[in-house]
Design a protein around this ligand. Structure first.
Ligand code: XMP
Length: 556
């Protein structure tokens, strides 16, 4: 294989990490090493960069660009210009953000970015920043625009090719561009926003006050595709179907005859990562599945059936039945964070003990995906750090040299596509999210084996009824939780004093915010009567009507 091709292939599988570097950076919470390799990426594949100014839609913009089969990554506005230049992006998109460009200390960027000859599209705050820096005027708008607004566009602009002259766009701004910068032509307006979009064709600079990335902007996808293809001149050659094949080749090349260890949870990410590795290096891979006794009903056996010795994969699957150990550690512990910590730490201990039996390995596989990278603060400007969401963290006492994160460039739906291509069954690929600490955070208060069984049984009934009603594709996450409330009831002629189950079902696109799903009453009714009849020690069922915020999706 020629050098160029080899590098490109290596690139496409994401990154191999040096253990020492990973640990050093993990201390600061900043996985700095990512950037070391990223420069290399851009030389290999056509890339558009999203420069994040603190907008809430940074990932959405990247998703839309990738839908055009163009690779896209998110960087903070604090990223050095030299670094951006070295990446040789085909285009740059500035996100929105909550600030006012004319105030001191508002996020800004080196003005030279407009002179590189690289196309730039500014969105909302990004559009105002571009105008402000290039001599236009941005100020508080006399009329604030919020919501779906009809925008009149100039169809002769490359940005609006195949877009209707009057089109509905999503606006959300207090400031507006009162005057476009010199050299710019106004290509869209609304009654309250005289400069809704501008272009400088010669310099390949474009800006929109509205948000083309959100679905409320009816023809937003077309606009972004226009930017990517008409303005940036991308070919759109980044396709998922080459991902699996190229990853396998690259992993083989990297791993050679080394030994690889993977913690498999049965979730989408770790399953896809494990199967990918197994296709690449076969017998050199060992997968350890820790059953912590906090999985859904029959889940441990289901995972074993698919990935174990009788399944279709060659994973050297080791199941560790550590249920009792976890229950023992959790005995009497009620505080949610304490429970999460105990489960996380015990998980690592069990994994380490198992790894010790295997002996030294060369590589450890992690199922990190792109949103994890962005949310850890490395990619974009987001400061959300969900440290408690990662059950495992990194084992300190496992003897390995490097980490393989084959999915670190992919969004969840891209991971799913890879999973399907690898032949992983649909029901595993399209699984709803399940938290690492499992039912431990769906049992309010202390955890016991009996309570685990109650919540498992109730949850199985709820999932069955949701599926029977055909709602499983519409509702994004649904489960039962066990409250620690006991109350008086009557069963037959007997007084009962038993537990209450809470049913949860939410619709959401990003799991950061969510709505309580409107489940038809008959489905809730059927589920309720089945739960109180079939699950011992439950005499009451409630439906959680709370959205996120103010609640969270999980109960703890
Ligand atoms: P919350 O409860 O924060 O949950 O609204 C948002 C989403 O994250 C999932 N979640 C977790 N996932 N480890 C995980 O892997 C965790 O510790 C964890 N806690 C919550 C939750 O199921 C929902 O999809």
């Amino acid at each position: 294989m020629g050098l160029v091709k080899r590098q490109r292939v290596l690139y496409n599988i994401g990154y191999f990490r040096n253990k020492e570097k990973y640990k050093a950076s993990a201390k600061t919470g900043q996985k700095q090493w990512i950037s070391e390799n990223q420069e290399e990426t851009f030389m290999k594949r056509e890339t558009v960069i999203v420069l994040d100014f603190g907008g809430q839609y940074n990932q959405l913009i990247a998703r839309r660009v990738r839908e055009c089969n163009v690779y896209c990554e998110i960087y903070s506005y604090k990223t050095d210009l030299e670094k951006i230049k070295a990446m040789e992006p085909k285009g740059i998109i500035f996100t929105g953000g909550p600030n006012s460009v004319y105030l001191e200390d508002s996020p800004s960027y080196a003005k030279e970015i407009y002179d590189l000859g690289i196309p730039v599209l500014g969105i909302c705050y990004g559009s105002q920043l571009m105008m402000h820096q290039l001599g236009g005027k941005v100020c508080k708008a006399p009329v604030r625009e919020y919501g779906k607004i009809e925008v009149t566009v100039d169809q002769s602009s490359a940005l609006f090719e195949n877009v209707s002259e009057k089109t509905i766009c999503w606006m959300s701004h207090n400031d507006y561009i009162e005057q476009a910068a010199p050299g710019f032509k106004i290509i869209a307006h609304t009654p309250d926003c005289p400069v809704a979009a501008v272009e400088n064709v010669e310099k390949k600079l474009y800006a929109t006050q509205f948000h083309p990335e959100v679905l409320h902007t009816k023809e937003g996808k077309q606009m972004l595709a226009n930017f990517v293809f008409n303005v940036c001149g991308c070919a759109g050659s980044w396709k998922m179907d080459s991902f699996v094949e190229e990853s396998i080749k690259a992993i083989r090349e990297k791993v050679g005859d080394g030994k690889v260890l993977c913690a498999l949870s049965g979730g989408v990410d770790s399953s896809v990562a494990a199967v990918l590795l197994s296709k690449a290096v076969g017998d050199q891979l060992t997968c350890v599945f820790v059953d912590h006794g906090l999985l859904r009903k029959n889940e441990g056996d289901e995972v074993e059936a698919v990935f174990g010795p009788d399944g279709n994969y060659n994973l050297n699957f080791i199941r560790v039945n550590a249920q009792e150990r976890f229950y023992e550690k959790l005995k009497g512990v009620e505080e949610p964070e304490a429970k999460r910590k105990i489960i996380g730490e015990e998980f690592i201990r069990v994994f380490e003990e198992e790894a010790k039996k295997i002996g030294a390995v060369d590589f450890l596989v992690q199922g990190t995906i792109y949103p994890d990278v962005v949310e850890s603060g490395v990619g974009g400007e987001s400061t959300v750090i969900k440290s408690h969401h990662n059950v495992g963290g990194l084992p300190e006492h496992v003897d390995f040299k490097e980490i393989i994160e084959p999915l670190r460039d992919l969004f969840k739906d891209e991971v799913r596509k890879a999973g399907l291509e690898l032949g992983i069954p649909d029901y595993l690929v399209f699984r709803q999210p399940f938290p690492g600490p499992g039912l431990g955070i769906r049992i309010i208060g202390d955890v016991t084996a009996e309570k685990v069984q109650m919540v498992q049984d109730a949850d199985a009934i709820w999932r069955e009824e949701i599926a029977k009603a055909g709602l499983d594709k519409e509702v994004n996450q649904y489960f039962a939780a066990l409250t620690n409330m006991r109350s008086v009831g009557v069963m037959g002629d007997e007084r009962t004093y038993d537990y209450a189950i809470a049913l949860r079902a939410v619709t959401t696109t990003d799991f950061m915010t969510a709505e309580s799903a409107e489940i038809p009453w008959d489905v809730i009714g059927r589920t309720t009567s089945r739960i109180v009849n079939e699950v011992k020690h439950v005499n009451r069922v409630m439906y959680d009507c709370t959205g996120k915020p103010p609640a969270t999706i999980e109960f703890e």
